[in-house]
Design a protein around this ligand. Sequence first.
Ligand code: COS
Length: 387
Amino acid sequence: MTAAETGFDLTLTEEQELAQRAARDFATEKVLPRAAEIDDQGKIPPELLREMGALGFMGPYVPERYGGSGLDALSYALIVEEINRACASTGVVLCSHVSLAVDPILHHGSDAQKEKYLPKLARGEWIGCFALSEPASGSDAAAMRTSARRDGDSWILNGTKNFITNGALSNVAIVFAQTNPAQKRKGIAAFIVEKGTPGFTVGKLEKKLGIRGSDTAQLIFQDARVPAASLLGETNEGYKIALSTLDGGRISIAAQAVGIARACLEDSLAYAKQREAFGKKVADFQAIQWMLADMATEIDAARLLTWRAAALKDAGEDYILAAAEAKLFASDVAVKASRDCVQIFGGYGYLKDFPAERHYRDAKITEIYEGTSEIMKLVIAEEILKE
Ligand code: COS
């Protein structure tokens, strides 16, 4: 049966294939050879991010008139998979920048905000971050304590944001704050806050299990005064902006998980085909073959869920359920694949000289950030129960 007969077509367009190929070539030639060093030194060479900007990866679905590549969400997922296959630290800088900073400005920004920020962000000249979580609120985002008080033609921000990916690297942050605690969720507003705003400083940098090349910072606001024009959307829309932004972010984390899982499979295949035990290649043992077969099957399934969520986003349809399912499943696949990858490498899997232990450390975060697996199940259950 042809794709036309079934109405089910998984063929990528020429444009999507081109984006995938460009990202794969860049990731293989420029990122992969430096992935161990990035992890070890806890730093991504700035020229890598500049090159990603020049290649159009930092604003993949931003319209060309705002300096973006004018691609679709599926192309972005393809790019994310390729970069993360090489290096999850570099991958998360990309995901947070595009999904959590560029995206809310693109979808909720005024014309003036789009003109001001999108070209710099889309070209990678500026990096962005998303400041929602706080020391005492993560999954329960509405419990935030950061406050915003109107003062003449400004807003005054006070509070601390935690776990902010790209927090130190960013030139601009999307900051969520409570403007009216009595209104709870409906009192939350979003602001575009530039680095250099007096009263806005970067606090502690976290030491992490994985994705060590990306920075995870605390952001501190002490009477930070931002102009009224920094408000993103309406004063009562911040919570919905945060949740809808995270829906898109979850597609990118699903794609990141697919990329990490693919790294596990490809590295395991290469190792199993050359390592010998008991007089034959490790790949000849059924115990190893079953692990590889599970990995390959689950990666394909995770990728299909991810592509479906991205395709729904591109079609302008509701993708809350699809994004949560993709993230839940793909992150689980990545964690399992990384565990089996270490197992296939055996003792060498435990050493820093080989990539398996890095994949193992990097994979875990995909089950936590941008909504834990438990929150994904909550979202999925709510979506299927309401039908
Ligand atoms: N997009 C837009 N609006 C949404 C939405 C979404 N995905 N999900 C819910 N909303 C709206 C609802 O429609 C509702 O609006 P009204 O009050 O006008 O009816 C409002 O938001 C509250 O909805 P709901 O009561 O369902 O949400 P909760 O506050 O109970 O929160 C969870 C639900 C827990 C799922 C949500 O807070 C969440 O996703 N938390 C995880 C946050 C997270 O990912 N943190 C990590 C930070 S980034 S690393």
